[in-house]
Each structure stands twice: as C-alpha cells, then as structure tokens.
Write a protein that binds this ligand. Structure first.
Ligand code: SF4
Length: 269
C-alpha cells in the first residue's frame, strides 16, 4: 500500500490558479514524489469554479469568516467548505497533506482576512478548505509548501507522516495490549514532552469498552504532540523502536516504503 499524501493541485504544476497559472513546488514534484503517491485536489475547481476566475477573499462578518468574490459579491463559503465533506472517504485514506500557503482556500495560517468595517487586511485567517480538513481529520499531518523548505519543519512533517501512516495501517487490528506496545515504541519521540507522554499513558490506562473512541482520542493527542517541531526528536535513531515494532506487525513492502522515507529525509541521530 503506497503512502498517500493529499496536495494542493497547483503545487504539482497544475494550471488551476485563479490567473490560470500554477505554483509548482520543486520539492514536492522532484523529491517527496519519489516516496509517496499524491492525491491532488484544487478545492476551488472542485467547488465548480472556472480557470481563470475572479479572486476570492476572506472577510470577517460578525463572528463568521466568509469567502467572497469581491467583483460580484458572491458568497462561496459553503461551496468551499463542503469540498472536504464531499471527499470525506478519500481524504480519510491520506497519511498527510501538503497545502499551498496563503491561499484563501488552502492556506493553513496567516491568510489575509478583510474587515469590511475598517477596510483593513490582517494576516490571521485559515483557508476554508484547510480549516474544514483539520476539523474532519484532527490527527492528519498537514503542512504548507513553504514549510517543506525549512529543514526542521520538513523533518517534522516527514516524521508525522511516517507515524500516521503506521497508525492508519495498524489501527483496525489493534487491541489494548498492542496499543500499549505501540505507545511504548513512540516514547523516544516525546522525551522532551513528558507531560504529553504521561497524558497519553493515562488515557490508555482508563477502563473503557469504547476502544474505537479511545484509539481516535489517542491518535489525535499523539499527532498534536508530534506537531511541535522544537519538542520532537526527528531522527531515525528515535524512530528505531517504532521501526522494530512495525517489522513484526506490517507487511515487508509497507515497512520498506516507510524505511525509504525515513532514510531519505531524516538525520540518523
Ligand atoms: S491554492 Fe488551492 S485553491 Fe488555489 S489554485 Fe492551488 S489548489 Fe487551487
């Protein structure tokens, strides 16, 4: 089973941007593509918009953020938000997602937000597709193309991609004792986050029959802890216990793919 990664279509060189252009990311097309299989989506095109098209901007209205086409006044908030809901099943297969920075649809952070009362912009918003993606899949590792150009952020994404890909392969077959072993195998990644590690340990110790819910809560807690680049060990050495664990649990071909990913992008120690 390949490692599936969602990606903003324009980052792969697809001419889907509002101006008919693309925003190709060499790192995505030339490097990461050798180790993962992309599922590309342009949320604006998937919402029925044409190429080229008028620009969209995010606007603050009372407690709501809306996506509006300034030239026509059309409100495209629902259309953009529902793209992720419509593709829920396919998105649920992904082990990671690379989004295009600053876009009112795809940006994770620092997207321009227009205040119609003051006429001012602030870089404080999230793109609507990105926001809905995070709401639906809070454990999914997400990054932006610009983050992949910074070593520590790139390593952090690759590490989360590795761990989440493992989790997705294992989760349906896990029982309480296997989950405890999995948890022990990621301990070395969280040595700088003892409170987070202890919280997850306590979560697993709770007496519950709702194993599916426990697994979901655990995966969200773990992936959120791993999303703190300065507090996570990004080395192949730190991944060794997990690597040893999956060698006993997953098919050889899957382990080989994950090992290649780690060898290509993570330092040894
Ligand atoms: S940033 Fe997102 S919505 Fe904009 S062109 Fe790229 S994929 Fe499409």
């Amino acid at each position: 089973m390949p490692i599936l990664v969602g990606i903003s279509g324009c980052l792969l060189g697809e001419r889907v941007r509002y101006d008919g252009d693309h925003k190709r990311s060499r790192y995505c097309t030339d490097e990461l593509s050798r180790y993962v299989q992309y599922i590309k989506i342009c949320p604006e095109v998937a919402a029925g918009m044409s190429v080229p098209r008028p620009t969209i901007r995010l606007e603050r209205h009372a407690n709501e953020i809306r996506a509006v086409i300034p030239t026509t006044g059309a409100d495209v908030t629902a259309a953009l938000t529902h793209v992720a809901d419509r593709q829920y099943h396919q998105l649920g297969q992904l082990s990671g997602y690379v989004l295009c920075t600053k876009s009112p649809s795809c940006g994770i952070e620092n997207v321009k937000l227009f205040n119609p009362t003051t006429g001012e912009f602030q870089r404080v918003a999230q793109g609507l597709f990105a926001r809905r993606l995070q709401e639906l899949f809070p454990a999914l590792p997400i990054t932006e193309d610009v983050h992949l150009e910074q070593v520590s952020l790139r390593e952090n994404f690759i590490l989360r991609l590795y761990v989440y890909a493992v989790w997705q392969q294992l989760r349906l077959s896990l029982n309480h004792s296997q989950l405890a072993l999995f948890h022990e195998s990621v301990r070395g990644l969280l040595t700088l986050q003892q409170p987070a590690y202890q919280r997850l340990t306590n979560m697993l110790a709770a007496d519950t029959d709702e194993f599916e819910e426990l697994g979901h809560a655990y995966s969200v807690g773990l992936m959120q802890a791993l999303a703190k680049p300065s507090l996570v060990k990004h080395s192949r050495t730190a991944l060794l216990p997990l690597q040893t664990y999956i060698e006993q649990q997953l098919p050889h071909s899957t382990v080989a793919l994950l090992t290649q990913l780690a060898l290509a992008f993570l330092p040894e120690a």
